[in-house]
Design a protein around this ligand. Structure first.
Ligand SMILES: C[S@@+](CC[C@H](N)C(=O)[O-])C[C@H]1O[C@@H](n2cnc3c(N)ncnc32)[C@H](O)[C@@H]1O
Length: 286
């Protein structure tokens, strides 16, 4: 399983794959020490087993299995053992899944140039912190506040920041991203792969808009028709996301829908990941 995906990503992205994989493997080694490879493999296998099982059930029933955020929280984000694997499983998908490599390329190309020195950035649902670590690699002189509801992920991301010498540029907060409130409005915001985990994703987009200054930029990603044990909100079309971001007060600057190049032949649902660069409107004029 792992070798097949490695080969595919390497063949399709001969430059981007080695660059991102090398960087992220190096960071994992810093954070985890000499057994980092087995931690990454264990996490990835546990994560992908769940993804495959849930997607098969979804193909049969046409809906996600989980409906209650409270139940998902009790089974997943609050459980240290579960999150220790999940955290690294999600981390690996960033460089191993071919369509996630393309999403990363989109982030580099379309969002990072909007981040300027001295900015305060908020990362809602930061998880392993990978999206803000990549941002800090690009702009050293910014400050990141990372918010996540899982104590295990907050501790692990904080540890990685410390090992990478980024403690002064980062703060980690264990809180609900829908209600989190920063002391001051931020200069930019990101929220990657959290919307589909919520009963009310509109609440997250509304809060992201509240947390950043008018005319500031935000970056979001979401999974569409992709079942996982903690996915609750099913989005079938890119347009559903567009409507939600506009309702929250954002202008859509660009959208990239990363679709796997090798979908299952007879599948009804094409699991895909969407990225968007957004700008908070300053008033009602479009
Ligand atoms: C799929 S992971 C994405 C992590 C990271 N943003 C990434 O893209 O690699 C989802 C993350 O959202 C966190 N999460 C779930 N519900 C949340 C909430 N209500 N507020 C903040 N974080 C939440 C989970 O703990 C998990 O770390």
């Amino acid at each position: 399983m792992l070798t097949g995906e490695l080969k595919r990503s390497r063949q399709q992205h001969p430059i981007l794959f080695p660059q991102l994989a090398e960087t992220m493997l190096g960071w994992a080694e810093e954070a985890l020490g000499k057994n980092y490879v087995s931690t990454l493999i264990d996490g990835y296998i546990a994560f992908v087993m769940d993804v495959n099982q849930q997607q098969l059930k979804y193909e049969e029933t046409g809906k996600y299995e989980s409906h209650s955020y409270a139940e998902v929280y009790d089974r997943t984000y609050s459980q240290r053992e579960f999150m220790e694997k999940y955290h690294w499983g999600v981390y690996v998908t960033t460089f191993l899944w071919e369509h996630h490599l393309r999403l990363h390329a989109y982030y580099l190309r379309e969002f990072l140039p909007l981040i300027t020195e001295g900015q305060q950035l908020v990362d809602l649902g930061a998880g392993s912190g990978i999206w803000h670590f990549l941002t800090l690699q690009h702009s050293k002189n910014i400050h990141v506040t990372a918010v996540d509801i899982s104590p295990t992920s907050v501790a692990a991301a904080g540890r990685m920041a410390q090992r990478l010498g980024l403690s002064a540029q980062t703060d980690y907060v264990c809180a609900d991203a829908i209600t989190y409130q920063g002391a001051q409005p931020y200069d930019s915001g990101i929220s990657c792969f959290l919307l589909e985990h919520l009963e009310n994703p509109q609440g997250l987009l509304d809060n992201l808009a509240r947390q950043i200054k008018a005319r500031s930029y935000a970056f979001i990603t979401a999974a569409l028709t992709a079942a996982e044990v903690d996915h609750i909100f099913e989005m079938r079309r890119e347009s559903e996301l567009v409507q939600m971001v506009e309702k929250a007060g954002f202008r859509l600057c660009s959208l990239y829908s990363a679709t796997p190049l090798t979908p299952r032949p007879r599948a009804k649902f094409l699991a895909r990941s969407v990225g968007m660069v957004l700008q908070k409107r300053a008033n009602d004029i479009w």
